[in-house]
Design a protein around this ligand. Structure first.
Ligand code: GCO
Length: 432
C-alpha cells in the first residue's frame, strides 16, 4: 500500500527550544528561562536559534526541503505574560508564522503546551494547583481565536509524562520538584485541562479542527510475534508504570474513558466524561524501545547502535508503537516526533555528513511504511527536529536537527540527511 496522497511529511520543534527572544515584546519568563544550574555547561535557552527573528528564513528552508507540515508550539509566556492579560505582540508573532507557513504551502500543526509554564503560574503551584485548568483555558481560547483561521491541527499537550512525572516527581525537568504526594493531583489537573481544551477548541475554532495530544510513546517490542508475544508486549507497554513507559496511565482515561487502578478514586464519572472528550488522532513521540527497562526481557541491546545520548537505535520501535497504540485505542496515529541526537559538525567541504541520521531515517521510515502497508491509518510523520536546538537540561550539545545551526553566527546549513528526507517526501514515501 502506498502512503496516502495527503500524508503529512514534516518536522517538529518547540518554542523554548528554538525561539530565543526570551524577554522581548513583553514576554514573561517561563520555568525554563530560569532553570539556571540545571542546564549543562552553564547554558540557557535565552537566545537558542533566534527563530523569533529568523522565522522567515526558517520557513523558506522548510519549503526548500518540500515539507508538507511543520509542528511547532505556542509559548504561553508570549501570549499571557500576566494572569488574565493578553499580549498582542506575542499573538502577532504566531499569526505571522502561520501565514508564512500557509504561503509556503506548509500545514501548521500547533502544540498548545510544550512545557513553557509561565513563572507566574509556577509561583502559584503550577500543575499542582487545580486553578491551572482555568488559566490554561483562558490561554487556549486566546490562541484558538487568533490562529484558527489558519490552523486546523491542534495538540493540547506534549508528553504529559515528562512535564508531570519527570517535572514534579523525578525532579529532572523544570520546575525540578520532588512532590510525589501531589502526583495524582497534577495528573488530574492535566487530564481535565486536556478534556476541557478539546471542547473549547471545537466550539471556538473558525475552521473544523483536528485535535490530538502528543505522547511520550515509549513502547515495548515483542520478544516474538506469536499471540503470546504480542499480548505480553502490549501489556507491558500500557500497564507498566516504569518511568515514561506508563502509556496507559496517561492515555486510557483520554481515549477509553477508563482510569488505571492508581487514578480510580481520583477521577469521578463526571471527570472522566470531560477527560474522554473525543479526539481525532493520537500523536506518538518515538525514540527508543522500552525493552531495556525490563530486566526479564529477552531483548538484546548489546549489539545495537546508540545515539550520543545513549538511546538505543532500533527502527522496529516505530512500527510497534504505531501498531500497539492503534490496536488499543482505534484512533488515527500521527508520528509527532522521531529522531536522534548526534554531534554533527560542518565538514571541510561545507557540508554536514550525518550518515548516521540518514541510516536512522531509512530504518525508522521502513517501520512507518510497514504500518501504512498493513492499513493502519497513519496521518503524518514529523521528524524531530527541523533544526538543532536547545535540548532542555542537556543544553546545545546533542544535535537533533535536519538543519545544522551554528550558535555563534546563527548560520543554518541543510544536513545531508535532510536531502535524503526531502527525496523521500518528493516521492511520497516510494523511495525509502
Ligand atoms: C521530548 C520533547 C522534545 C525533545 C526531544 C528529544 O520528546 O522530550 O518533545 O522537546 O527535545 O524529544 O529529547
Amino acid at each position: 500500500m502506498a502512503f496516502p496522497k495527503n500524508f503529512l511529511w514534516g518536522a517538529a520543534s518547540s518554542a523554548t527550544q528554538i525561539e530565543g527572544a526570551w524577554n522581548e515584546d513583553g514576554k514573561c519568563p517561563s520555568i525554563w528561562d530560569v532553570a539556571g544550574k540545571h542546564i549543562e555547561n552553564g547554558q540557557d535557552c535565552h537566545t537558542a536559534c533566534d527563530h523569533y527573528h529568523r522565522y522567515k528564513e526558517d520557513v523558506a528552508l522548510m519549503k526548500e526541503l518540500g515539507l508538507k507540515s511543520y509542528r511547532f508550539s505556542v509559548n504561553w509566556c508570549r501570549i499571557m505574560p500576566e494572569k488574565g492579560k493578553v499580549d498582542p505582540k506575542g499573538l502577532a508573532f504566531y499569526k505571522n508564522l502561520t501565514e508564512e507557513l500557509r504561503a509556503a504551502g506548509i500545514e501548521p500543526l500547533v502544540t498548545l503546551y510544550h512545557w513553557d509554564l509561565p513563572v507566574w503560574a509556577d509561583k502559584e503551584g503550577g500543575w499542582k494547583n487545580p486553578k491551572i485548568v482555568e488559566w490554561f483555558l483562558a490561554y487556549v481560547q486566546t490562541v484558538v481565536e487568533a490562529l484558527s483561521d489558519q490552523v486546523r491541527y491542534w495538540m493540547t499537550f506534549n508528553e504529559p509524562q515528562v512535564f508531570i512525572m519527570s517535572a514534579y516527581v523525578l525532579g529532572n525537568f523544570a520546575p525540578f520538584q520532588h512532590a510525589i504526594l501531589s502526583y495524582k493531583n497534577c495528573l488530574r489537573n492535566m487530564l481535565l485541562a486536556h478534556g476541557k481544551a478539546i471542547l473549547l477548541i471545537r466550539e471556538a475554532a473558525k475552521t473544523t479542527p483536528k485535535i490530538g495530544i502528543a505522547m511520550a510513546a515509549t513502547t515495548y517490542i515483542p520478544d516474538s510475534e506469536d499471540e503470546e508475544g504480542l499480548r505480553d508486549a502490549a501489556e507491558r507497554t500500557f500497564t507498566s508504570t516504569v518511568g515514561e513507559g506508563s502509556n496507559g496511565l496517561y492515555m486510557d482515561p483520554i481515549a477509553l474513558g477508563k482510569p488505571s487502578k492508581m487514578l480510580r478514586r481520583k477521577l469521578s464519572a463526571e471527570d472522566l466524561k470531560i477527560i474522554s472528550a473525543p479526539i481525532d488522532f493520537i500523536g506518538v513521540n518515538v525514540y527508543q524501545p522500552a525493552n531495556p527497562l525490563f530486566k526479564d526481557s529477552h531483548y538484546q541491546a548489546d549489539g545495537l547502535p546508540k545515539s550520543m545520548l545513549g538511546w538505543v537505535i532500533d527502527g522496529r520501535c516505530l512500527y510497534w508503537t504505531i501498531r500497539q497504540y492503534y490496536e488499543r485505542y482505534h484512533l488515527p496515529i500521527m508520528v509527532t516526533e522521531n529522531g536522534m541526537a548526534n554531534p554533527d559538525a560542518i565538514g571541510s567541504d561545507g557540508l554536514v555528513h550525518d550518515e548516521v541520521r540518514t541510516t536512522f531515517l531509512k530504518e525508522f521510515l521502513r517501520g512507518l511504511k510497514r504500518a501504512v502497508d498493513e492499513g493502519i491509518p497513519v496521518v503524518g510523520y514529523q521528524h524531530w527536529s527541523i533544526m538543532d536546538n536547545f535540548e532542555w537540561c542537556s543544553g546545545y550539545g546533542p544535535r537533533f536537527g535536519l538543519i545544522h545551526v551554528d550558535y555563534e553566527t546563527q548560520k543554518r546549513t541543510i544536513k545531508e540527511s535532510a536531502k535524503y528526507y526531502a527525496a523521500v517526501i518528493a516521492s511520497n514515501g516510494e523511495k525509502l
